[in-house]
Design a protein around this ligand. Sequence first.
Ligand SMILES: *[C@@H]1O[C@H](CO)[C@@H](O)[C@H](O)[C@H]1NC(C)=O
Ligand SMILES: *[C@@H]1O[C@H](CO)[C@@H](O)[C@H](O)[C@H]1NC(C)=O
Ligand SMILES: *[C@@H]1O[C@H](CO)[C@@H](O)[C@H](O)[C@H]1NC(C)=O
Ligand SMILES: *[C@@H]1O[C@H](CO)[C@@H](O)[C@H](O)[C@H]1NC(C)=O
Length: 451
Amino acid sequence: MKIIFQILLAFWLAWFWVNVEDSVTKSLRILNSNSNKPLKKKILFAFSSDEDIQVQATTLLKELQCSKEDRNMKNICSSILFHFENGLGSELHVTEGFENIVQISKKISTSKDLGGNSAQMALRAFKEGGDVYLSAIMSNHYYQNLFNESITIVPQSFLREEIQDVHIVINFDEGDVYDTIICQHTNRLYLQNDQDNMRFPGLENLEANINSIHPDLLVIGGFQLMNQKPKKEYEEIILKLEKILIAQKNNLKIHFEMGAFNDENLLYYLIDHIFPHIHSTGMNEQELQLLYNFITKGQLEQKQINTNEQLQLIVKLLQKQHLERIHFHSQTIQLICSNQDWRDIKPALHRSILVGLIQAMKSYNDNQIDQQFNNSTNLEILLEEEDLILYPNNQTLNRDHLIQTMNFCWNVNNQLKHQCCVAPVLINPHPMRTCGLGDNIGSTSLLYQLQ
Ligand SMILES: *[C@@H]1O[C@H](CO)[C@@H](O)[C@H](O)[C@H]1NC(C)=O
Ligand SMILES: *[C@@H]1O[C@H](CO)[C@@H](O)[C@H](O)[C@H]1NC(C)=O
Ligand SMILES: *[C@@H]1O[C@H](CO)[C@@H](O)[C@H](O)[C@H]1NC(C)=O
Ligand SMILES: *[C@@H]1O[C@H](CO)[C@@H](O)[C@H](O)[C@H]1NC(C)=O
């Protein structure tokens, strides 16, 4: 009896395994079969670019002679260890000793690459076939090798010998151990001490550029670089931008890319002065979690929430801020809600999930246009809920059904007549890199949805 039971169990497990394996392969096939192409639209990206220096957290911690006793101090070691242990991604502004960390990082770095929200988004839009204008400092090297000199840098004087702003990208993987401290979650921490980006160099010429280029879409991002800056330093920049957005918002679409904000004042200031003038925004789960209490109670607080709560919050944010469009991307799902001013959601969703996967499995930026991704080894679908509850009608959507179809849409009967579509995400739990993923995902869907 016991043996029969064990045999049955083994069969059942094998069947279960094959089935799980199949659904991933099938989902990947659906994503790869997306034959839609974006329209050739003019997109202007502003304001940030930098050179990313990649390092492994454990190597850097060792070079900096950090130990677990540092956790109770207030120094660079404690900051890195805190993010390492909790698997938190963030962007820290470091003034003291930054040059020293840069020198050490250059020595131990695994690679150097183009970074910065605007530059990453511009590169993705270029590769997906957009007519791209970038208003950020760019080096001749990346301009030739990544952009094939085929985008327009505005103003031309931003094309330089090198990009001065350097970001240290500290990568950590789930299970990494340093001085008995175990990393909980694969993620990365950025350290920066930007000079050029902090001045928002493209702001000076933004209005003139819009008037001469007539872009269909303006994409702004990189504001998290101002985390922990004194209020007066960012107020002036944000108010100046606000004026331009108010004057231009009827002439083009405006997308604001969220970032890893850890400065409440700054985020509030953006919500007050920039959010009312944008059409579209994009964010990941950490960024949404930070907005949790703002949406429900009007104050900021980081709170861990599940997929159904995320769905609900996104729709609430859409309504509260009168936005035309939101793209939410997590380790589990991608969700886009948009109104009739934007093209079909499904192709945008499928392409951006695929691009996220392609980017995660490439260790560096190159000029290849990757149409497909065929390697289903190790891919997973992390969607944990049995049923998704689709706010605001609370219709239930079965997990397995969603995985079968890789897309489900529903209408939100509000003033702006939004449609929302959700799809599960395919991920490899051991990505080659995590930085710039959100930028690539966000830029892709924008391009596909521009009409
Ligand atoms: C690079 O640009 C040139 C001319 O603008 C074009 O002929 C060529 O096909 C482009 N190469 C790639 C790889 O896109
Ligand atoms: C993926 O598979 C398709 C069809 O089988 C093939 O045309 C394509 O070249 C493959 N792509 C890669 C990156 O292997
Ligand atoms: C597929 O991915 C796995 C790990 O994710 C890797 O070990 C393997 O080499 C890849 N196969 C191909 C053909 O690239
Ligand atoms: C959906 O659920 C939320 C709470 O999760 C509730 O506030 C709302 O009234 C529900 N909507 C409907 C139509 O039942």
